[in-house]
Design a protein around this ligand. Structure first.
Ligand SMILES: [Zn+2]
Length: 188
């Protein structure tokens, strides 16, 4: 880490989450106070006044003008602007982030018990990304299928062909028996 000696505690403190949070807040406060560039003009949700946070090149702050798309493409990665000076650096970072996320995911999957894995897969099967309308259609279809299955499970089943033959035969015999008995009744 640092080349200095004799300040391990100070280094630990500076790397701690608490210190970073304090520093981050301080930077934000300084930016808010001393920023001389353009400010975000978006209406705040709380009181409708202009936001006034330091604006990015698109004229909005990171909260009001971020590049995360809305709608169906909300989960797609955003690549750096073509002409940006630090474009390659950003792209590298982004690709590395994605690699890291993929490795983390693979590790998590590998550590799962078969039971957890099944639950995980079912969860993802039920939540495929895509257009809202298409997802709604899939949900409707799934619901209809479930209802159909439930109904066909409770509905009385048609007897099998063999059982049908046996039943017919039985009815036939019963008729003959009844006939014999009445005939007997007549003659005895
Ligand atoms: Zn803003």
């Amino acid at each position: 880490m640092s080349g200095r000696k004799g300040a391990p505690q100070l280094d630990r403190w500076r790397r701690s989450a608490e210190f970073r949070e304090i520093a981050r807040r301080q930077c934000q406060a300084m930016n808010r106070k001393h920023w001389e560039g353009p400010r975000c003009e978006a209406a705040k949700k709380s009181d409708g006044e202009p936001c006034q946070k330091p604006a990015m090149t698109n004229g909005r702050c990171h909260l009001h003008g971020g590049r995360t798309p809305s709608g169906d493409a909300w989960h797609m990665p955003r690549w750096p602007n073509r002409g940006a000076a630090d474009g390659m650096e950003k792209l590298d970072r982004k690709l590395k982030d994605q690699d890291r996320a993929a490795r983390k995911r693979a590790k998590r999957l590998a550590a799962m018990t078969p039971d957890e894995r099944e639950r995980h897969e079912n969860w993802h099967k039920a939540r495929k990304p895509g257009a809202a309308a298409a997802r709604q259609r899939t949900r409707d279809e799934r619901r209809q299928n479930t209802e159909f299955r439930k109904r066909s499970a409770t509905a009385p089943r048609a007897p099998s062909p063999e059982l049908q033959t046996i039943n017919d035969e039985l009815a036939n015999l019963r008729q003959r028996l009844a006939k014999i008995q009445t005939d007997k009744g007549v003659f005895s």
